[in-house]
Design a binder for this molecule. Sequence first.
Ligand SMILES: CC(C)(COP(=O)(O)OP(=O)(O)OC[C@H]1O[C@@H](n2cnc3c(N)ncnc32)[C@H](O)[C@@H]1OP(=O)(O)O)[C@@H](O)C(=O)NCCC(=O)NCCS
Length: 209
Amino acid sequence: MMFGVSPGWPVVLVDGQVSLRPYRRSDATAWAEVRRANQEWLAPWESSPPGPWAELNSPSAFRYVHRDQRRSARRGESMPFAVCFRGHLVGHLNLGNIVRRAFCSAYVGYWVDSRVAGQGIIPTALALAVDHAFGPGGLHRVEVNIRPENKPSRRVVEKLGFREEAYHPRYMHIDGAWRDHIGYAMTSEEVAADGGLLARWHRLRAPAG
Ligand SMILES: CC(C)(COP(=O)(O)OP(=O)(O)OC[C@H]1O[C@@H](n2cnc3c(N)ncnc32)[C@H](O)[C@@H]1OP(=O)(O)O)[C@@H](O)C(=O)NCCC(=O)NCCS
């Protein structure tokens, strides 16, 4: 198969009230508001550079975050999506560390505003992103690494049927220490029979009967 340097990018993905799209410069204010309102919710699960949260997540800091995201996406190393709910920016999902050739794999990271948590926004976003990765994105495998203590995030991947495949001791420096992570993964063959991950997720969510 022939691909450009960043196959499948840029793109907008939509399912009902949830959409994924590339960030824009004009997201600075909304991004800073949601990041600043969620410090306690996000800090235990993110690796972040040293410095005060309010400064690292200011509208002007977004300029640098956005520039780095665009560079990495242009090089084909990532697909950084703004996650929107009813048209408002409420979260983030990144297909990152994309390696092609014989690996064709990406790591996924995500978060959502605590004020809209528990409505299935990130499972929907993850299903959209995985189907895109396995289709136009030309990838074969996606991986999510999660701290054992992060029950909500583990629920997200377990509901979607990711395979628990590894335990990584002292894997990432997060919230002041080297933290263990559980590795979950999925390959394209594992969802092909379901017609994709979004179709699987819709079936799982449909009321029984
Ligand atoms: C993990 C996270 C992205 C899940 O997103 P989401 O859109 O709320 O996902 P869901 O709606 O499927 O909820 C997942 C689980 O969260 C829990 N949950 C539900 N409502 C919640 C709430 N208001 N507050 C906290 N947890 C809640 C439930 O256990 C739910 O599982 P269930 O469907 O079996 O009940 C979100 O909790 C988050 O952003 N957390 C902070 C950042 C983070 O952990 N990122 C991932 C790092 S690996």
